[in-house]
Design a protein around this ligand. Structure first.
Ligand SMILES: N[C@@H](CCC(=O)N[C@@H](CS)C(=O)NCC(=O)O)C(=O)O
Length: 221
């Protein structure tokens, strides 16, 4: 059987692609990756031809396993955890907490995602004056992280790496890009993610990419 194929977007921008990519790497699962540049006709409307050919939603990431297209980042992470169960915490209740945090990231933080689109290469000198809903998202983020890190003792949300961390990894890059002031505990957590070997591999590729999505670059100049 050939390796699964993970279709992803530009590494500098595609935060949803980074999440299952990290989970697969962390899980030690062999896969082939194929990058589809998103800076083309159809972007933002789920109408990119090359993406529609591989993903039923017209969005990446999508993982092809034995002829089946698995899409939605969290569903791909769940597939990874079926191959490598240690991607979730061992204890059932702790696992439920980890799934809650991962699902909250997947479904929530809309204002944070709207105002702080991922752009790994970029650094703002000063944080912009965020609107109230974005400030509320940041507060909520710190509150979840603080509760989980207090309980686990870190360095990851549940001690060792889990899918919850893969879901929050793009946020760590956004806080860095947008010069967001966070608590020392949150800073230490972000530093742990940003020093992870798999993350660094993704980051190197993001920095080397030559594609630019103007729509994203234009935000918060
Ligand atoms: N809920 C989806 C979101 C996927 C998503 O929005 N992907 C973006 C790239 S990061 C995309 O494919 N955009 C294409 C478009 O907007 O046309 C997931 O979790 O996988």
């Amino acid at each position: 059987m050939s390796d699964p194929v993970l279709y992803i977007g530009n590494k500098n921008y595609s935060s949803w692609s980074m999440r299952p990519w990290l989970a697969l790497k962390w899980g030690g699962i062999a896969f082939e990756e194929r990058v589809i540049p998103l800076d083309v006709e159809g972007y933002g409307r789920s109408q990119i031809k090359e993406v529609r050919e591989v993903s039923p939603s017209g969005r990446v990431p999508a993982l092809h396993v034995s002829g089946v297209a698995i899409y939605e980042s969290l569903a791909i992470c769940e597939w990874a955890a079926e191959q490598t169960p240690s991607l979730w915490p061992q204890d059932a209740l702790v696992r439920a907490q980890a799934r809650s945090a991962a699902a909250e990231m997947h479904a929530g933080f809309a204002a944070l995602r709207r105002d702080m689109s991922m752009n790994i290469r970029r650094r703002l000198e000063h944080a912009p004056d965020w609107p109230g809903d974005t400030r509320a998202d940041l507060k909520q983020l710190e509150s979840i992280w603080s509760n989980l890190l207090d309980r686990s003792g870190g360095p990851y949300l549940f001690g060792g790496r889990s899918i919850a961390d893969a879901m929050f990894a793009p946020v760590a890059t956004r806080l860095r890009t947008y010069a967001v002031e966070i608590s020392p505990q949150a800073q230490a957590y972000c530093a742990t993610i940003l020093a992870d070997a798999a993350f660094l591999e993704w980051e190197r590729a993001a920095i080397a990419e030559r594609w630019t999505i103007e729509q994203t670059e234009a935000l918060h100049r």
